[in-house]
Ligand binder design. Structure first.
Ligand SMILES: Cc1cc2nc3c(=O)[nH]c(=O)nc-3n(C[C@H](O)[C@H](O)[C@H](O)COP(=O)(O)OP(=O)(O)OC[C@H]3O[C@@H](n4cnc5c(N)ncnc54)[C@H](O)[C@@H]3O)c2cc1C
Length: 438
């Protein structure tokens, strides 16, 4: 998967417009810290910042470079809630717990803004998220969801009737929707690089090209510590945070095999057009919000600061890049915005999301001193930030909020490594058929 994945980053708009960053070395030799974080994406960097704020010495080990994974490639959409519906969480931990989870997803949105301000991160932060339905049937479902969320969760968003949807988005595709001013969008790679700069400024040691290939767990309750091995060095740490996303089982299959079975990589892809003339861009999405539909295989898009349409969609359950990717993505774009029929596509890239079986995030411990954060299921831009805060709270002895998430049960994907992918392909094909004809 990784070889295929590397190709997916080669023509990324984000990489082409990345801010300058300091050089972070490779780990060479042995170091001792309180906490070792594995993974230099949003989840790992957020954990490092929050732990450093609480006085811990921290090292982040990144196998590739900062923002290499999903954090440097995603749609940049800041979205309230989780990838799964709230009733999934209610069934698992009851309404009060589910409400706490929902409120924490809102806190996650605020945290992004706090961090942008605190570390002065230049990442094109823009307010506003627009959720839209593609037909009357889905519009009814969306209205039902919205009413329920308002009534029981006091969700403060604005409802958009079918008669008004065109004022929000100049597309023939959409039926109705809602606008959440707390949502928004960012340039994710620049946000990630900014978090790294902020963390390093606090004294976090960041090492790139330092894949962790083995780990002895140790125990936090006595002076013995976990030991993490890279090819040129090792880290001794009282605590470990595993934030390696779907790359972790690829790079180090023996590190945490139990949690590896609970997530699957699903490919999703993005194109970036040439800059669109400003008055047309302002007409397409007058609020300049991030937009996402409610389909099972959804389209998500927004304008960049320089008025390119950053348009995401399609999925691949087999880890293979779909054929004719640019053309098929452009066809989706033109279906949504026929006005962009002649607009050139300049970038195509993609990455993998770490989906869990029930699409709920999967946070927990593999040992008393080894924490993990995974299963963001495509809803991680904001939530990873909060996840880092929760893990830092837990390590410093305040585990209540972390454990609200850790209490959500997760199941393995069926089959061994070879069978899991075909099983997922079949399962997802069934959902797609149900969406089309159901
Ligand atoms: C194309 C795409 C579009 C998306 N769009 C959105 C969106 O619009 N909104 C939204 O909310 N979410 C979106 N997501 C999901 C979101 O990007 C992720 O949930 C989030 O970035 C996950 O962050 P992370 O830190 O957990 O993982 P990552 O950013 O993937 O970071 C994990 C890092 O760990 C490193 N690593 C792994 N194993 C090891 C090891 N053994 N040693 C050292 N380092 C290791 C990897 O190299 C990697 O850099 C999208 C994802 C993709 C791929």
């Amino acid at each position: 998967m990784l070889a295929n994945d590397l190709k997916l980053t080669q023509n990324s708009y984000y990489a082409a417009s990345a801010n300058e960053q300091p050089h972070y070395p490779k780990l060479e030799g042995d170091i001792i810290v309180d906490v070792c974080v594995v993974g230099g994406g949003f989840a790992g960097l957020s954990s490092a910042i929050e732990l450093r704020d609480r006085g811990y010495t921290v090292a982040v080990l990144e196998a590739n470079h900062i923002g290499f994974g999903a954090s440097g490639r995603n749609g940049g959409q800041l979205i309230a809630g989780l990838a799964c519906e709230q009733d999934v969480i209610e069934k698992e931990i009851g309404f009060d717990g589910a409400k706490q989870v929902w409120n924490m997803t809102l806190e996650a949105l605020d945290l992004v803004r706090e961090r942008v301000k605190r570390f002065n991160i230049n990442c094109d932060l823009q307010d506003g998220f627009l959720g839209v339905s593609v037909n009357e049937k889905k519009g009814k479902q969306l209205r039902h969801w919205f009413d329920d969320m308002q009534k029981r969760y006091h969700y403060a968003a604005e409802w958009i009737e079918p008669a008004h949807i065109k004022k929000w988005i100049d597309s023939p595709r959409y039926f109705n929707g809602y606008y959440d001013k707390r949502g928004g969008h960012i340039h994710p790679l620049n946000y990630c690089l900014g978090l790294a700069r902020g963390a390093a400024g606090l004294g976090v040691q960041i090492y790139q090209h330092s894949a962790v290939t083995a780990m002895q767990q140790g125990q936090s309750t006595n002076i013995s510590s976990a030991v993490l091995q890279t090819d040129k060095g090792q880290v001794k740490a009282k605590f470990v945070v595993l934030a390696g996303n779907i790359y972790l089982p690829e790079i180090a299959p023996q590190l945490a095999p139990k949690i590896a079975k609970r997530i699957m990589p699903v490919g999703t892809y993005i194109i970036g057009t040439e800059p669109i003339e400003s008055s047309l861009a302002a007409k397409l999405i007058p609020s300049n919000a991030a937009v996402c539909d409610t389909n099972f295989v959804l389209d998500y898009f927004r304008l960049s600061r320089d008025k390119r349409m950053i348009y995401g969609g399609r999925v691949s359950y087999s880890a293979m890049t779909p054929p004719n990717l640019t053309q098929s993505m452009q066809a989706r774009l033109v279906k949504t915005f026929p006005q962009l029929k002649s607009t050139k596509v300049e970038y195509t890239w993609g990455g993998f999301v770490d989906i869990s079986m029930n699409r709920a995030p999967d946070f927990g411990r593999v040992a008393p001193n080894i924490y993990y954060l995974q299963g963001f299921s495509g809803h991680g831009v904001a939530l990873t930030g909060l996840a880092g805060k929760l893990v830092a709270e837990a390590i410093s002895g305040q585990a209540t909020r972390f454990d609200v998430f850790a209490d959500i049960k997760h199941h393995d994907f069926f089959g061994g490594k070879l069978l899991r992918t075909p099983a997922l392909v079949l399962g997802m094909a069934w959902y797609q058929l149900r969406e089309k004809f159901g």
